[in-house]
Design a protein around this ligand. Structure first.
Ligand code: ZN
Length: 132
């Protein structure tokens, strides 16, 4: 599938504008491309009980999965400085798409990283690792 990367980048940057990040001030936007071509966006949503917060990447993922999506081909993450997805997001994404293309950009759309999720999360834990 040809990926309309510029469109995904724009959607990720736009999603960051919705971030609720009064504590960290670190806004994150994500645009997740499902195998069927639909795009799910997400932003980080923080909470006064800090551990209850959720990242933009997982917001996009749970939106997609809750609407029946299970296969994904690309994820664009936008932050002010091109920060990479955290470990929890890497693991949750790995469950569905270990070969996911992950593109990390800053708010100017400049690409900082463009690599497969397998490289971001070496030896990620999978459902096959669970004993039957
Ligand atoms: Zn995260």
């Amino acid at each position: 599938m040809t990926i309309a990367l510029e469109s995904l980048i724009q959607q990720a940057v736009a999603a960051a504008e919705q971030a609720y990040a009064p504590y960290s001030q670190y806004h994150v936007g994500a645009a997740l491309l499902a195998a069927d071509g639909r795009v799910y966006t997400g932003c980080n949503v923080e909470n006064a009980s800090y551990p209850a917060s959720i990242c933009g990447e997982r917001t996009a993922l749970v939106k997609a999965v809750s609407e029946g999506q299970r296969q994904f081909s690309a994820l664009v993450v936008a932050t002010v400085n091109g920060g990479t997805p955290c470990g929890i997001c890497r693991q949750m994404l790995f469950e569905f798409a270990p070969d996911l293309r992950v593109v990390v950009v800053d708010f100017g759309g400049h690409i900082h990283h463009d690599l497969p999720l397998r490289q971001l999360l070496a030896y990620g834990f999978t459902p096959q690792d669970l004993p039957r």
